[in-house]
Write a protein that binds this ligand. Structure first.
Ligand SMILES: Cc1ncc(COP(=O)(O)O)c(C=O)c1O
Length: 491
């Protein structure tokens, strides 16, 4: 149980920390190589302590005014330089004028890439962006926030990539940005960046490469001899790239880098305002007050691990990916969605008697935390594993546990949703979803009462099956309502 956040009398520091440790016990394990989503762990001894110390040194520094805190500006510029160099830009390259900003995360980087593209074309009254359906959901969020229309391009159900011709065909006079992923989050495949960027350039449109997820591994994978296609500033037509340092650079959360090929492309990303009596506001990113903590922690992390360190971490990750993919391929009834070409293993079930959502629960029960992905269009439901270096030492344990979990899932059989619930999922319109209906549904699904102290029931297969049966817009509404049930003040 959480205590009240504002007690009448302050509580001693050690007690407060103990309380947080107690709360953390209900969380998924952030370390130990058994969590395949949300957390990126290199298992480098001492790194957490270093990052925490660096974070603490700069936590109260404010990026709102870089002239007041040159330490932050210096570290930000160093991070941008490192990212630019890694991704085909900087002195001596074909993209010598790359500039960038540090943002709070991938979503902020993508929103800003869309904003820069929109504001660079003020004459376009109804701006649009072209995004493959495999593009991250943050592009849809950017479009929604910025009043930009989204033109989705399907992906091939086998290659999981968009056809460059389909992307080219989707570009119209109001298109301000074309997007591709390197790689996509869901399946870990790299889009045909060269062909897409060429199509965008031919139409005079910006092209953003979302390398939030893979930008910090693909260059080293290539150096290890993997066939990584061109995806960075070496590709003509690529105008901006995002890469998250809080993912595979293993920095603590709150740091991504958004790069532009030159300062002219970046200019419309900025927001400046002087039409008020306060300080002249000039924000390169969405947040105004910005803690220096994440930037300092990222700077310390990059400097401590170094290029050779990342090469080794990527090697370990690549080996773990191969071993996990082999384990999946060794199971009858499971199929890899894509050959592992980055740091993702993603598989689906080919056996109607093997319910993936039940399998996910069985893996959780064995201490492996994977991420279920719902079916979408022609794409079947799948299980996603984001693989980090910390998985390498545990990987031999995965195969036997997977076999066990599959046997248990087969024995349990697929989730059978009550017929009335299935009918509801199929026919209910999002508007008809009343709070009472949701509360009843949540209670019947056990939401809000996990035995481990978490908000989810220990078995989530029924919830996933229900969501899977619902059309996209109803899924969204159900998710909003479920999460809003969880977000209630405690007194
Ligand atoms: C390809 C890609 N883009 C963008 C994002 C969004 O990043 P964030 O969660 O840091 O906002 C993610 C997150 O997984 C991602 O994988």
């Amino acid at each position: 149980m959480v205590n009240e956040a504002l007690p009448e009398k302050g509580v001693p520091a050690e007690q407060v920390l103990d309380e947080i440790r107690g709360l953390r016990a209900a969380d998924r394990p952030t370390h130990g190589g058994r969590l395949f989503a949300y957390v990126y762990d290199p298992a480098v001894p001492g790194l957490d302590e270093l990052a925490a110390s660096a974070h603490a040194l700069s936590a109260h520094v404010n990026g709102l005014d870089p002239t007041a805190f040159p330490s932050l500006l210096a570290m930000e510029n160093a991070l941008v330089g490192a990212a630019a160099k890694l991704l085909g830009g900087g002195p001596g390259t074909t993209a010598p004028d790359v500039v960038g900003s540090v943002t709070s995360g991938g979503t902020e980087s993508l929103i800003l890439a869309v904003k820069a593209a929109r504001d660079a074309r003020p004459a376009v009254e109804r701006p649009r962006i072209v995004v493959p359906v495999s593009g991250h959901a943050a592009f849809a969020k950017a479009a929604h926030y910025l009043g930009v229309a989204l033109d989705l391009v399907p992906v091939d159900p086998v290659t999981l990539r968009p056809a460059p011709e389909a992307v080219a065909a989707a570009i119209g006079p109001d298109t301000v940005l074309v997007v591709c992923s390197a790689p996509s989050y869901a399946h870990g495949v790299v889009d045909p960046v060269e062909a897409i960027a060429a199509a965008a350039a031919a139409a005079g449109v910006r092209c953003h490469v979302d390398a939030c997820f893979g930008g910090w591994t693909l260059p080293w994978l290539r150096r290890l001899g993997e066939p990584v296609p061109a995806f960075d500033f070496t590709v003509p037509g690529v105008t901006s790239i995002s890469v998250d340092l809080h993912k595979y650079a293993y920095a603590p959360k709150g740091v991504s880098v958004l790069l532009h090929r030159d300062a002219t492309l970046r200019a419309p990303q900025y927001f400046a305002y002087a039409d008020w009596p306060g300080y002249g506001m000039i924000n390169p990113v969405i947040t105004s007050t910005r803690s220096g903590g994440p930037i300092a922690a990222a700077y310390a992390t990059l400097r401590h691990i170094g290029d050779d360190g990342y090469l080794e971490l990527v090697r370990q990750t690549r080996d773990a990916v191969r071993a996990l993919a082999d384990a999946v391929q060794g199971v009858d009834g499971l199929r890899l969605m894509a050959g592992p070409e980055s740091t993702v293993v993603c598989f689906t079930s080919t056996d109607p008697g093997l319910d993936l959502f039940v399998l996910v629960d069985e893996l959780t029960a064995r201490g492996w935390h994977t991420q279920p992905q719902l079916s979408y269009g022609e794409l079947p439901a799948s299980v996603h594993l984001t693989v980090t270096a910390s998985v390498a030492p545990r990987v031999a344990e995965f195969g036997p546990d997977l076999h066990d979990a599959v046997a248990a899932a087969r024995a349990a059989g697929p989730v059978a949703l009550p017929a009335e619930l299935l009918a509801l999922a199929g026919t209910l319109t999002p508007e008809a979803l009343t709070p009472e209906l949701v509360a009843g549904l949540a209670a019947s699904l056990g939401l809000g009462g996990g035995t481990g102290g978490g908000p989810l029931p220990d078995r989530a297969a029924v919830i996933n099956r229900l969501l899977d049966a619902a059309p996209v817009r109803l899924r969204e509404k159900l998710l909003v309502e479920f999460v809003s049930l969880l977000q209630r003040p405690s007194y």
